[in-house]
Design a binder for this molecule. Structure first.
Ligand code: UDP
Ligand code: MN
Length: 346
């Protein structure tokens, strides 16, 4: 009884502390609940709905990604061999005047929109072939007829881009090739670019259309000059530069309107970067040149010598970084991508 009395007295004296202490005890008890439970008690029903929706989307995304993974990563192909077993060496080329573009399409069923990949192995390089072009339709038929099988025998992943200058103002081969580089990179991150005249047909498939650690000149001799070797300073006709090499030299100058010296200018750009030029063996780097006279609208550029002397001063500001043009159409035809472009005028 005495104990009860003193306990009551103590409680009466500490009555103002009891309530806060009790509340603290209750809060501590709630805090020991698992976090998820507390949160589920606190979130509103709206938020809960959103969370559920989100989860569903997440599931869908997950399953789509899964499916896409399967598509993007079909069973891993092994690398193609260093030397393709399909190469045939030197060939006698023929040019049948009755051959049509449709015939060439039929011959090349495995090419899709100008692009091809070897079916059984992973190509060692992805290569964009860029062709400056205007009104050379017959040459293009022969080019496609020979080049598609040639590139396939080399087991490359490649695509052919024809950069077609719209209108009749003076032709500008160099600027068209700059456009080709910029446009092709919108499709795929090509490793290597082959800058290729439409009228040059390689005669030997050991002339590999791949890039090296230095820019490469592929056309060393042609039938029209009785296979006399080009001078070491020549860098025209067919050249191969990696994506990085072409970028490093700022591409071609855009200022060479008409015939001449734009290829020599690229050579100077390469040299200014302290790059060297590599070449295939002489007996391999041979071409047949399809006959033509000088095209209307591609007359000799009288300023070419003067322009060439200015290269060290202008290469940084005249090139890929200043190439302005208007793409009029991009037609993904069976055997090539046809980019028709307005490149302005001199
Ligand atoms: N070209 C073209 N249409 C023209 C002029 C030139 O398609 O009206 C292209 C074509 O690819 C050609 C290249 O530019 O092979 C180089 O021009 P050309 O053949 O006249 O130069 P050359 O034979 O003197 O090297
Ligand atoms: Mn030519």
């Amino acid at each position: 009884m005495g104990f009860c009395l003193s306990a009551c007295k103590i409680l009466w004296r500490t009555k103002y502390c009891v309530l806060p202490v009790l509340s603290l005890l209750v809060l501590a008890w709630i805090a020991t609940f698992p976090g998820e439970t507390v949160r589920s008690v606190l979130v509103s029903s709206a938020t809960t709905q959103t969370l559920v929706k989100g989860d569903g989307l997440g599931d869908k995304l997950h399953s789509t990604t899964g499916a896409r993974d399967d598509l993007n990563n079909p069973p891993q192909k092994v690398d193609c061999p260093k030397v393709s077993p399909l190469l045939q060496g030197a060939k006698n080329l023929s040019f049948d005047s009755s051959l049509t573009l449709n015939d060439v399409v039929t011959e090349n069923e495995k090419v899709r929109e100008g692009e091809y990949e070897p079916p059984d192995c992973a190509a060692r390089q992805s290569v964009a072939i860029l062709i400056p072009f205007r009104k050379r339709e017959r040459h293009l038929v022969y080019f496609l007829h020979h080049l598609h099988p040639f590139l396939q025998r080399q087991q490359l992943h490649y695509a052919i881009y024809v950069i077609n200058q719209a209108g009749n103002v003076t032709f500008n081969r160099a600027k068209l090739l700059n456009v080709g580089y910029l446009e092709a990179l919108k499709d795929y991150s090509w490793d290597c670019f082959i800058l290729h005249d439409v009228d040059l047909i390689p005669e030997n498939d050991h002339n590999l259309y791949v890039c090296e650690d230095q820019p490469k000149h592929l056309m060393l001799a042609r039938n029209s000059s009785r296979y006399k070797l080009m001078s070491p300073g020549n860098f025209g006709g067919v050249t191969a530069l990696t994506r990085e090499q072409f970028f490093q030299v700022n591409g071609f100058s855009n200022s060479y309107w008409g015939w001449g010296c734009e290829d020599d200018e690229l050579y100077v750009r390469v040299k200014l970067q302290k790059m060297t030029i590599v070449r295939p063996p002489e007996d391999v780097a041979r071409y047949t040149m399809l006959f033509h006279t000088r095209d209307k609208g591609n007359e000799i550029n009288e300023d070419r010598g003067k322009l060439l002397r200015q290269t060290p001063q202008i290469w940084r500001k005249d090139g890929l970084n200043s190439c302005s043009y208007k793409t009029l159409s991009i037609d993904r035809l069976p055997l090539y991508v046809n980019v028709t472009v307005d490149i302005g005028k001199p």
